[in-house]
Structure formats: C-alpha cells, structure tokens
Design a protein around this ligand. Structure first.
Ligand code: 3HC
Ligand code: NAI
Length: 706
C-alpha cells in the first residue's frame, strides 16, 4: 500500500511518498501527495515544502499498470498534481535520489527548486512505451536544459546521470549521498524564502534554433524503420514549447491520449510487462535459495563456447575454458581475443577493460581443473555421444552442488541429465549466437531440475544481462520449435510462386529484423539440413520441401560459403538476388509440378506469422512455456520480432483469435504443402471459439482494450 509521510523539519514540511518497488504515481499516491500539499499550504509552521520519494529513489513515473483503467484518469490526475506543485504559494523543493523517470521527472520539473544526489538518473523514457511525456515534460524540460538536450533525452528515452545535468537549470544543487538534508537546508534558507517561487512555465523559450533542431531530428527519424509515431509526436510537442505554455501543454496532452490507443504503444507496453513476467516461475518463490556463483567453466571453445565465455567475462566471472585438444583451445582463445579486440576497435571497451577480462580466463585441457567451478556450461558438438562423454566426465570431476548446464539446441536435456548421478543439478542454458550479444537465454528446466538450480540459473541470466525465459524440454524448445514451422512455410511459399526476396521484403516491412531467407543464409543451411535429415529418419511421413536440400547440394550453405539463397559479392550486409537460385527454383517447381502463382505480401505475412503462433499455441498447451507472454519475449529478444507488435502471441490477440482461426482454416484448404500443417492448434481453436485471448495471465492490464 502506498504511504505518504508528512513531517515538519523546523519550518519545512517534508512530504515523502512510498509506493514500492518504484514509487509509481498511482491514483492513491497522487491523492496522498495532493492532500499533503494542501496540508502544508494550511500549516502555519511550514514556510516551504520538500517533496521526496522513499526507499532511495524519487519515482519511476506514472503507474503503468493503471494505463487503460479508470484509475489513470481519476482525480487528481498527474497533471492536476503537477499544477498544484507549480502554483504552490510556498516554495516546493524536489529532493531527487536514485531513479527519477517519466512522470516522476515531470513532477520534479514543476517544483521550484531541485536537489539531486550525484548518482541519481533522470529521464523521460515514455517513447519506449510508444508514448510521449504526457504531464508537461515536453514543455518544461526544454526550458530547463535547452532544446537540443531535451530532444535527445525525450527522443532516445535514455536516462541521463545527474552529474551530466549539473550545469543546467534543472538542478540547483548536486550532492553526494542522500539529498534530503540539503534540500531541507535550501528550503529553510533566506534565498528561497525571500522571493516568490519561480515557475518553470514562466521561463521563456526563445531558442532561435528550435525549428531547425526539430526539422533535423524529424529528418533522421523519417529514415528509421519501422517509422514509429511516438518520437515524431514528441518532436511536434517540443516544437510547440515555443508557443504560449498552455497551448504547448494541450498539444502534448492530445498526442499522449492518441498515442495511448496506438497498436505500437500497446505492443511496447505489453513487451515491458512480458519481460518482467518471465521472472515469475512456477515453484520459485522469493525464499527459494540461490546458490552463490563465483567461478564458471565453459566446455568447448567453438562459436558458442567462445561467445558464452565472453558473456561470463563481461560479467566479471573468472572461468576455466576446457577444450578437447590444444589446437582447438588456441583457436578458441583467438576467437575470444578477437571479440574483445573488435570491441576495443569500436570504442565499446578500453584496452584496460579487455586485459582485465582476459586475465579472468584460465584455458585448460583438463576437466579436473574445472572441477572447482560453481557452474559449468557445455558447448561441445551437437552429438549425444559427445555430450554423454562430457557429462560423464563432469559428473566425475565437478564439486558437489555445482550446476551442470548444456547449451544443446535440439537434444533431450533429460537424457543428458541422466548421463550423470545428479540430474537435479542439470539444466539447459540455451544461448543464441553471438552469445555475448543476443539478449535471449532459454533456461531449459529438466524433469529433475530443482527450483534452487533453476532460480540460480535465472540469477545467472540476470547477472549476464540476458532476458531469461524458462522453457520445458522439447525438440527446439520454444524458439527453434516455432522457427521450424515458420521456415517450412517460407519454403512452401517459394514453391507456390513467391521469391526469397519478396518474402524477406514482406517480413521486413512487417517489422522483422531480417526475413527468413537472409536469416537462413546467416545461420548456415547445413544446420537445418541436419535437422531435416533427422526428422525424415525419425518421423515416417515427415513432409518438408526439398528445395533447401537442393540448395545445399549446390554447396550454397549461406554466408559462410559466400552464397546461399542470395549471392554476397559485396559482403554479408549486401545480399544480391541470385540467378542460380532463380533457376534452381524454376526447375524445382517444374519437378514437383507446381505452376507458380502471384502471391500477395499480405498472404506471406499472414502465413508466416500464423505458422509461428499456431506452433506457439501448441507449445503453450503442452506446458513448454508457462504463459503466452513468455513466448512473445523469446521472439522479441531472440528472433527479431518487432517489439511494437508485442510478440507473435500478443499480435494474434490484437488481430482477434477468431479472425486468426478463420484465416488458418482458409490456408488449410490450399492443396499445396503438408496437409497437416494448418491443423489449428486445439488451444487456438478453443480460445477463438470462446472469444478469448492467449494472454490470460492478467499481466498486462495496461494494454487491455476492453
Ligand atoms: N509503473 C508500474 N510498475 C512499474 C513501473 C511503473 N512506472 N516501473 C517499474 N515497475 C515495476 C515492474 O513492473 C516490476 O514489477 P514486478 O516486480 O511486479 O515485475 C518492478 O516495478 C521492478 O521493475 P524492474 O524489474 O524493471 O526493476 P529494475 O530495477 O530493473 O528497473 C526501472 C527499475 C528503471 C524503474 C524500470 O522498471 C523502468 O524503466 N521502468 C519504467 C519507467 C517508465 O517507463 N516510466 C515512465 C512511465 S509513463 C509516464 O510516466 C507517463 C507520464 O509521462 C504521464
Ligand atoms: P562448434 O563446432 O563451433 O564448437 C564445438 C567445440 O567443442 C569445438 O571447438 C570442439 O573442439 C569442442 N569439443 C568437442 N568435443 C569436446 C570435448 N569432449 N571436450 C571439450 N571440447 C570439445 O559448435 P557450436 O556451434 O559452438 O555449438 C556448440 C553447441 O551449442 C551445440 O550443442 C550446438 O547445438 C549449440 N548451439 C549452437 C548455436 C549456434 O548458432 N552455433 C546456437 C545455440 C546452441
């Protein structure tokens, strides 16, 4: 429950508000602060007022959970509260520690003076939620920090350290440690008492470059894909700060309310809560013990092992790197040094930081040496025989209580756990390539994995700054299992008449970071060929286009061979349509007896996205993912799904599951391809017929359209 504390410190009323964990400005908090401000006005002992947040932070802004509910508009609104602060007859001083974001900063901007601790961070991150600052931020910030800096802060949404703002009118005092005592001192001083409280709204904004700066940023935003409405509207609002204050404020308000209803904002707000919901895992409570992880080991220094090692070293974790032979170890070390050197070259890391990281690395050929590690991550060849060898050795050498993780992409984590006498300490940690860059980490919970081991793995994910999503054991886990359906469907589209370029362009216009054929060329076609060969051997009647097999037969394995679905004469970033592939496709169609037809882009995007979500529905029903929003996070953090669309499952909810089901049934009537492919997932069918949504957790009330 929020708490508002009112006390007198000599002649100063100190109003402190608490609403853990981030002092969100919910209706109850707003009402409490308003009442306390009125009390201070009426209190003859109070000459000035200090406003501060409890718990070491000011406020992370409006309570996002209220968005879309009556509480967000209920009196007093944030704008009412801010008006009360700015027009207070007694001076109001904001004491800012820790986080001061969004509506929290807007509240502070309306105070008459601001005192911040040196380690405070201030920002207006609303664009990240598809919004713009809606309580005067676009009007007051430029008046206090100048137009250029305000544009940068508002359009990027990135918080700024208080120390960077020390020379601006935003901060009257910067202090080390808790700012409250100095704020009270300032409030009681004659300097404050002797003049009428200065209002930010009265500061003239007469920057002659206002329009030019706004035009320049608009031109830059227009080149960005996807073109998002929020940053553009924010620039319009900042430009309106050159007009009379109330006009600018009304324009900002209108834009805020309109943006709140955009699909982009709903998607981004869903993504925000979905990422946080991943930490809520069945069987794990705040009292679940977490094992301390001081030292790690990585087995295998290939593509993945090297990337995982870099991720661990970036987090300051000392580690043993174990390889099968000296040559492979040397290659791994060169790979790791290469990654760090690249970062130094790009200015992302200093030479000193690189050297400190490399000093934490202990290369070895001995499993025994790694036995002291608290966690070991295996990244050797994708072969059950090799994994058996490695896990048998690990079981022998690792100290009791060590966590044993496999980075397998397709093998059964339960089988791997059973190679040891301690399956409860085994789980999957499925990183994505490049492992030090990609944010996603699938944490694969085995049959025997204990909550303690799982909680420790999630804590490791956090330490590595990954978005960790728990998955059950199945072939491909959440992400690759869905990707297989998506890619199979993309090949059928080519057989029917689309080109790889058309499909990639359609998916990129939808917002995917890369279309499926460019992704295939990047990952390498030998990986998916091995999977198809295994499927054909294991699943009688398995149907899949043979077109990608023919591509492999031509030696076109993707970027690593300089050619795949595309040619790459100018390097990996410039795929060029290939005459060889065009010919291959034409002869393949003739061979399977398909006369190509014209395929609309809308059919391409619907078929590919619905292939994803139909498999997602099965994953949800099988209990592989705990909630639909976890699947969304996997696709946002690991597969380049456009964040403003919220993820495939949220997208389906927005389209309406009844419409999705109708379209799936339409696709099922297409005689081409695998007749079983478009069988609607039973969960999709059930929810669509009941008029429900995938997202039933109530995690995202703020995006509810009801
Ligand atoms: N409202 C409601 N809940 C919030 C919140 C907010 N503004 N910000 C964070 N939370 C919740 C999270 O959902 C999470 O809840 P959970 O524990 O139930 O999952 C909890 O607070 C802790 O959040 P994090 O896990 O993100 O904690 P971190 O310490 O990693 O980060 C933070 C803290 C930097 C404050 C980060 O949460 C953040 O960036 N929050 C969003 C801030 C924001 O966007 N503010 C603008 C709001 S819009 C606005 O103010 C409109 C105004 O202009 C009118
Ligand atoms: P890789 O072939 O690049 O590297 C494997 C390394 O393991 C080699 O350096 C090899 O010498 C070493 N190795 C083999 N046997 C060993 C042993 N007994 N002891 C110590 N080292 C040994 O393979 P890659 O791509 O790094 O894949 C590793 C694992 O990660 C596989 O299980 C793969 O499925 C999985 N994975 C791969 C991804 C990718 O994009 N490459 C993505 C996610 C998971």
């Amino acid at each position: 429950m929020p708490e508002i504390d009112y006390r007198l410190a000599r002649t100063v009323a100190v109003i402190s508000f608490a609403n853990p964990p981030v002092n969100g400005l919910s209706q109850a908090v707003r009402a409490g602060i308003s009442a306390a401000l009125r009390r201070a006005q009426a209190d003859p002992s109070a000459q000035a007022i200090v406003l501060t947040g409890a718990g070491g932070l000011f406020s992370a802004g409006a309570d996002i959970r209220e968005f879309g509910t009556p509480a967000s508009m209920a009196d007093p609104t944030l704008r009412d509260l801010i008006h009360l602060v700015e027009t207070s007859a007694k001076p109001v001083i904001a004491a800012i520690a820790g986080t001061c974001l969004g509506g929290g900063l807007e509240l502070a901007l309306a105070a008459h003076y601001r005192v911040a601790s040196a380690d405070a961070k201030l920002g207006l991150p609303e664009v990240k939620l598809g919004l713009l600052p809606g309580a005067g931020g676009t009007q007051r910030l430029p008046r206090l920090v100048g137009v250029e800096r305000a544009i940068n802060m508002i359009v990027s949404g990135e918080p700024v350290p208080a120390t960077d703002l020390a020379s601006t009118a935003l901060l009257d005092l910067l202090v080390d440690g808790d700012p409250l005592a100095r704020a009270v001192e300032l409030a009681a001083s004659s300097a404050v008492a002797t003049k009428p409280p200065p209002m930010t709204r009265d500061i003239p904004l007469d920057d002659p470059n206002l329009t030019t700066l706004c035009q320049a940023i608009r031109a830059r935003l227009e080149t960005q894909r996807p073109l998002l409405p929020a940053p553009m509207r924010a620039v319009d609002a900042i430009e309106a700060a050159g007009r009379p204050f109330d006009e600018g404020l009304s324009l900002e308000r209108r834009a805020f309310l309109e943006l709140m209803e955009t699909p982009e904002s709903k998607g981004l707000r869903h993504a925000f809560f979905a990422e946080r919901a991943t930490a809520k895992v069945d069987g794990i409570t705040p009292s679940t013990p977490v094992r301390p992880l001081h030292q790690a080991a990585v087995i295998g220094a290939g593509t993945m092992g090297a990337g995982i090692a870099v991720a661990l070293l970036d987090a300051g974790m000392p580690l043993w790197l174990v390889e099968a032979d000296q040559d492979a170890l040397d290659r791994g070390l060169t790979r790791i040094a290469g990654i760090f050197d690249g970062q130094v070259k790009k200015g992302k890391l200093t030479a000193g930081e690189r050297d400190r990281r490399l000093a934490l690395l202990r290369p070895t050929l001995s499993y025994e040496a790694a036995g002291h590690a608290d966690v070991v991550i295996e990244a050797v060849f994708e072969s059950l025989t090799v994994k058996r060898e490695v896990f048998t050795a690990l079981d022998r050498v690792m100290k009791p209580g060590a966590i044993l993780a496999t980075n397998t992409s397709t093998l059964d984590v339960n089988t791997i756990a059973d190679f040891t006498r301690r399956p409860s300490d085994v789980l999957g940690l499925h990183f994505f390539s490049p492992a030090n860059v990609m944010r996603l980490l699938e944490v694969v919970r085995g049959r025997a994995t204990t909550p303690e081991v799982l909680a420790t793995a999630l804590a490791l994910g956090k330490a590595l700054r990954k978005v960790a999503v728990v998955s059950g054991v199945c072939d491909g886990f959440i992400g690759n299992r869905m990707l297989e359906a998506y890619t199979r469907q993309a090949w059928y589209l080519v057989e029917e008449g689309a080109t790889p370029q058309q499909i990639d362009q359609a998916m990129e216009a939808f917002g995917m970071a890369m279309g499926p054929f460019r992704v295939g060329d990047l990952v390498g076609h030998d990986v998916s060929l091995a999977i198809r060969q295994r499927r054909r051997a294991e699943r009688p009647g398995y149907l899949c286009s043979t077109l990608p097999d023919k591509l492999c037969q031509l030696g076109r394995l993707g970027q690593k061979t300089g050619a795949g679905w595309y040619d790459y004469p100018e390097g990996p970033r410039r795929p060029i349509a290939s005459a060889v592939v065009e010919e291959l496709i034409t002869s393949h169609r003739a061979e399977i007896g398909v006369a190509p037809r014209r395929i609309e882009d809308s059919e391409i995007t619907d078929r590919l996205v619905y292939a994803l979500l139909n498999e997602g529905a099965r994953i949800l029903e099988d209990g592989i993912a705990a909630r639909s929003s976890d699947i969304d996070v996997v696709y946002l953090a690991g597969y380049g799904f456009p964040r403003p669309r919220g993820g495939p499952m949220f997208y389906a909810d927005q389209v309406g599951l009844d419409r999705v089901l109708r379209r799936v049934r339409e696709f099922a009537r297409n005689p081409h391809g695998d007749p079983a492919f478009w069988t609607p997932a039973p969960l999709l069918k059930r929810l669509a017929e009941a008029g429900e949504r995938f997202d039933q957790t109530g995690d995202s009330p703020s995006t509810s359209t009801k």
